[in-house]
Design a protein around this ligand. Structure first.
Ligand code: ACO
Length: 401
């Protein structure tokens, strides 16, 4: 507790916790993390089991509803998602307003916020059916909009969703021009992307999810709330790390330069950090990173991709895990260390990496937004501050300053 000083003593005492390292902002029944043991559960199910046995849509259903669906429930959920994959035709004109070199995350955040304008009349955040419809719309439209954003960047016309394809395959089909051997029909590519989506689907009160909840706590509509989550995800300390990792691996360039990079990361006079290392909660291996590491080898092998950056990544991981600085601070590779190498092998451009993360995290964000609205007595989020400014003083006219 902190005494806030002489000025407004009657404001009383409250906790001062920069970065909220020790403050729970909410109760939640969605995701459990034990950062010391490297455990991650969605609704009680270990991430390793979901990664092996589930698929992204089933995992999304689990996050939203608390239980795995039976066959009928899954068929109905998939049907609902499939019938909301189209984006409003006017969104194409909206996207045309962006310069072709706008960052895809800027276009995605703008487009998702704009859904509030398309659907506001019909949405009552206090009505469970409306909330469910918003969740379906967001999960269904996110890949369509993400692919349209990419196509805007490269100057291709929008490709409409083919609803006879499955969720991930449909996205790959919308993303790419039809190559000679269609990537979207490659089961290794689809499985890898589906797995990445499962691993990124939720992670309790990270910066973007807390942002969604903070915005949601004001009663704002779900599209505005999720758009805020997208902008929070964009930063390199959060979801933007996957893009930053790949750029850093490219800069390092060769396993021979790894030692210098590790040295720089330890230098407190240098702002350089090893991107993809460290986590606020995990003080052990990020369980998602273990799964992705294995998947990365498999995907590169099966797609026949020889990426020299994988050798740089492996050497970097080995060097950091042996280094006292990283060991003492419990800095392990996180979920984003290897995900970029998989995206790259799938032909997804670097600027789109964080957009991929956003597609997956949408199901977690909207599950939290719904849980927040279902919880009786939810209050508006309103952190306090410790005032460090001037004491009370009198206004002085410009001629006397
Ligand atoms: N490289 C070098 N040193 C690091 C790194 C890193 N990647 N991460 C943390 N440290 C050091 C800090 O300098 C600090 O050292 P000190 O105690 O000597 O001052 C110590 O480790 C603790 O670091 P904090 O920044 O206090 O840890 P925090 O929990 O606030 O930050 C974060 C966690 C943001 C993930 C941080 O580790 C980081 O910047 N990592 C790189 C970016 C990244 O990979 N982000 C993705 C996170 S996962 C996700 O969002 C999906």
């Amino acid at each position: 507790c902190v005494d806030i000083g002489t000025l407004y003593k009657d404001t009383g005492y409250f906790t001062y916790d920069p970065g909220y390292g020790s403050t729970a902002s909410t109760k939640s029944a969605i995701t459990y993390i034990d950062g010391d043991k490297g455990v991650l559960l969605y609704r009680g199910y270990p991430i390793e089991q979901l990664a092996e046995k589930s698929n992204f849509l089933e995992t999304s259903y689990l996050l939203l509803n608390g239980e795995l669906p039976n066959k009928t429930q899954f068929a109905s959920f998939e049907h609902d998602i499939t019938h909301h994959t189209m984006m409003h035709e006017n969104l194409k004109f909206f996207l045309r307003g962006f310069n072709h070199d706008a960052h895809p995350m800027a276009m995605l955040a703008g487009s998702i916020a704009s859904l509030s304008a398309f659907y506001h009349d019909k949405l009552d955040v206090d009505n469970p059916e409306d909330r469910k419809l918003a969740a379906i719309r967001l999960i269904a439209k996110m890949p369509t909009i993400a692919a349209a954003v990419h196509r805007r960047s490269v100057g291709w016309p929008v490709r409409y969703p083919r609803n006879n394809l499955e969720y991930v395959t449909r996205f790959l089909h919308m993303m790419f021009e039809v190559p000679s051997e269609p990537l979207e029909l490659n089961p290794v590519a689809a499985k890898a992307l589906d797995l990445l989506f499962i691993l990124h689907a939720d992670h309790e009160q990270n910066a973007s999810t807390s942002t969604v909840r903070l915005v949601g706590s004001t009663g704002a509509n779900p599209y505005a709330s999720i758009a805020a989550g997208i902008t929070a995800l964009w930063g390199p300390a959060h979801g933007g790390a996957n893009e930053a990792v790949l750029k850093q691996l490219e800069e390092i360039g060769s396993p021979d330069n790894v030692e210098t990079a590790v040295k720089r990361a330890k230098d407190k006079n240098d702002s350089f950090r090893l991107m993809g290392f460290g986590h606020r909660v995990y003080k052990n291996f990020d369980p998602r990173a273990k799964i992705i590491r294995e998947m990365c080898h498999k995907v590169l092998n099966e797609l026949g991709v020889k990426d020299p950056l994988l050798d740089v990544a492996l050497k970097l991981e080995e060097a950091a895990l042996k280094d006292e600085y990283f060991v003492e601070r419990k800095l392990y590779p996180n979920v984003d260390f290897y995900s970029g190498l998989i995206y790259k092998a799938l032909g997804i451009p670097t600027e789109m990496f964080t957009v991929m993360f956003a597609i997956a995290r949408t199901s977690g964000w909207i599950a939290h937004w719904i849980e927040q609205h279902e919880t009786p007595g939810s209050r508006i989020g309103r952190p306090r501050q410790i005032y460090t400014g001037a004491d009370v003083r009198d206004y002085v006219g410009a001629d006397k300053r």
